[in-house]
Design a protein around this ligand. Structure first.
Ligand code: PMP
Length: 410
């Protein structure tokens, strides 16, 4: 990228009340957005306002308040559909998070379509959320998990995905962006390759949606999973995008209220999509907050966000390269704003604790990607992750903090 963009980050930071806080007496430097992102006032205020003025149960009420709440809930579903350019809001299934979205596909589509000898193809950089549900399904059905290997820089071994798609492959489940390495996978090309073999693809978009414009129709993704809390919305709400024809052919996920058409003790018939997958009372205010969050992002512009984060990442790479003791894990070309690193002789938890003394919030651990850690022969990394509300000063503070870590361990 190079060059300065005219991104008014200071104005954006004023939208996020958390940045008025100090931590350990220092201004908060929040570098853990890949775990969960902070919330703008627009989201916080709308949720409070909804509970104050519009709250009621949805879908079945015959009174005005319930009609208002239902309207707002469904309007938010439409906003999320537009955010990822889904063709139809009915393709947006409301879940608790990306994890539940993936489990939903495993337990419905997966149980119906997999049997002994079939294969599910994933990559070596998946989050546990895109490994364990498939392993559980394999145990139940006798199918097998196959894993596309990684190069040392954290990108997929070229051609391996295409080579590993075979007669037995029934599904590919791949992350768009890796939370542990920052690698951005060429999902559009991977989906095209899978489709050429008749294999549907689930994309774990948890780390992509906060950083880039996602267009599920352009990608031609069959399923796409997102968590609201990573896109500056509330926690406890997420979505599964699924192509309508696929969703319509899938059996229900959980049984209960809202997902039925008729119930008798002899026989129950199920509701249309997406209600069929939405048993029980959802997080109504959560979805409405999610809708405000995606409106907020659209207002700033995902392209502007991506450009600013690229500039920040380039700056961070430059500054971290000045410290020879810092080894970055994940250096794939075109990677997103995740900086996983290790320092010889310093445990990532100690790095995190020392940085915390300076008000810097980073993540230390295996980032729910233990196979990635194994691939690089390390138990854990320290991870600084950026969002569009971060500044170059945040990175300067991080670099000063790392120098303190080195003094401590030097
Ligand atoms: N996939 C990726 C790549 C992630 O980073 C995460 C969250 N760390 C998840 C899936 C799961 O998200 P959630 O915990 O919100 O379900």
């Amino acid at each position: 990228m190079g060059g300065e963009t005219r991104f008014d980050v200071e104005a954006i930071r004023r939208d996020f009340p958390i940045f008025e806080q100090t931590m350990r007496g220092k201004p908060l430097v929040f570098l853990d957005s890949a775990a969960s992102a902070q919330k703008p006032s627009a989201v916080i205020d709308r949720i409070a306002d909804f509970y104050r003025n519009e709250y009621a149960s949805i879908h079945r009420g015959v009174y005005q308040l319930s009609e208002v709440a239902t309207f707002e809930f469904e309007k938010a579903r439409g906003k999320v559909a537009r955010f990822i350019n889904a063709a139809n809001p009915r393709e947006i299934v409301i879940t608790r998070n990306a994890t539940e979205s993936i489990n939903l596909v495993a337990q419905t589509w997966g149980r119906r379509h997999l049997s002994t000898g079939d294969e599910i193809l994933i990559t070596g950089m998946e989050h546990h959320a895109n490994i364990v549900p498939w392993q559980m399904l394999c145990q139940e059905t006798g199918a097998q998990l196959r894993v596309v290997p990684l190069l040392d820089d954290g990108s997929l071994e070229p051609g391996a995905f295409e080579r590993m798609l075979g007669e037995r492959t029934k599904l590919a489940a791949i992350c768009h962006v890796s939370n542990a390495l920052g690698t951005v996978n060429p999902v559009k090309e991977m989906i095209a390759a899978a489709h050429a073999q008749g294999v549907p693809v689930l994309v774990d978009g948890a780390q992509a949606a906060p950083h880039m414009a996602v267009d599920v129709q352009d990608l031609d993704a069959d399923f796409y999973a997102i968590s609201a809390h990573k896109v500056f919305g509330p926690s406890g709400i997420g979505i599964l995008y699924g192509k309508l024809a696929l969703l319509e052919a899938m059996p229900p996920y959980q049984g209960g209220g809202s997902m039925i058409h008729t119930v008798s003790f002899e026989k129950t018939t199920y509701a249309e999509v997406p209600a069929r997958f939405e048993a029980g009372t959802p997080d109504i205010a959560g979805l409405i907050g999610f809708g405000v969050a995606v409106d907020y992002l659209a207002h700033i512009g995902m392209d502007a966000i991506e450009a600013w984060e690229k500039e920040l990442l380039a700056y961070a790479n430059e500054r971290l390269a000045e410290i020879p003791q810092v080894r970055l894990i994940g250096t794939a070309p075109g990677k997103a704003s995740v900086l996983s690193f290790v320092i010889e002789g310093a445990h990532p938890h100690d790095i995190g604790s020392i940085l915390d003394q300076d008000g810097i919030a980073i993540r230390a651990g295996h980032h729910c990607a233990q196979p990635v850690m194994e691939r690089y022969g390390i138990p854990a990394t320290a991870r600084a992750s950026l969002a569009f509300y971060n500044t170059k000063e945040d990175i300067d503070v991080l670099v000063r903090g790392i120098h303190r870590v080195l003094e401590f361990f030097g």
